[in-house]
Design a binder for this molecule. Structure first.
Ligand SMILES: *Cc1c(COP(=O)(O)O)cnc(C)c1O
Length: 231
């Protein structure tokens, strides 16, 4: 077995173990490979191991890898911030944008989708850590944002995404994930038309087991599978 194969198997085992220890079915947690800076040929090798859900941070990388990756049916999510001048480039190449955090951006995407008569799934990114450098709307803004975006015909809210605080303090990391879960429950209770809270995208290489314990349905793993990045 090569490293990629071993690493994916190991992560799958750890996901299984985390699910088992908190009594959740493994089928509830999807593994998304965070493929920023990873070349298309390596990603194709991961596809061979049936890891078919990838997340990219930059539109440019999605565009560059798109054609080569097309030979294998797979799913691509945008997990990094989106600038409005790149909307057209990306909306026909991804199945979900996980980083929606303001209404202006959502409206612009919706307008572009209208022209193509296409639909797109999105997640609302929430800044649960409170760190100023992080993207995402504030926990206080989420309900109103979801309500406003639910009016946009071509966008379908499927859940929430967050990045936990970058720290060794497990209590603080857990607080972020608990917060995202509780916000999703509040939104569910509102029964907004056309809004689902099926997806909680949270947890990365260093904290995905905690995220699973707190209800993650999708974990985004990069360096534990592909090795440390230089950027
Ligand atoms: C890079 C990245 C990940 C994966 O992080 P690792 O620590 O390498 O597993 C997950 N989510 C987002 C938004 C990222 O940018």
């Amino acid at each position: 077995m090569n490293d990629l194969h071993k690493n994916i198997e190991l992560i799958r085992k750890r996901i299984e173990k985390a699910c088992f220890s908190c009594g959740r079915p493994v089928s509830e947690v999807a593994l998304l490979l965070a493929t920023k800076t990873i070349d298309a040929h390596t990603i194709l090798k991961a596809f061979q191991l049936n890891a078919l859900l990838i997340g990219e941070n930059r539109v440019q990388e999605i565009v560059e890898k798109h054609e080569l990756l097309l030979q294998v049916p797979h799913t691509t999510h945008l997990i990094g911030p989106l600038q409005s001048n790149k909307i057209t480039k990306v909306i026909d190449k991804v199945q979900c944008i996980e980083s929606i955090d303001n209404f202006e951006l959502a409206k612009k995407i919706n307008n572009k989708l209208l022209l193509k008569n296409a639909n797109l799934n999105i997640l609302i990114e929430v800044n649960t850590s409170g760190e100023k450098t992080k993207h995402g709307c504030t926990p206080d803004e989420v309900i109103n944002l979801v309500m406003d975006i639910s009016q946009l015909k071509y966008l379908h809210i499927k859940g929430l995404m967050t990045i936990g605080t970058l720290t060794d303090d497990k209590t603080e990391i857990r607080r972020c994930f608990k917060l995202l879960k509780s916000i999703s429950q509040k939104i569910e209770n509102e029964h907004f038309e056309g809004v689902a809270m099926d997806v909680l995208s949270m947890g990365m290489s260093d904290d995905f087991e905690i995220a699973i314990e707190e209800g993650a349905t999708e974990v985004r793993i990069g360096s534990s599978i592909f090795g440390k990045r230089t950027i």
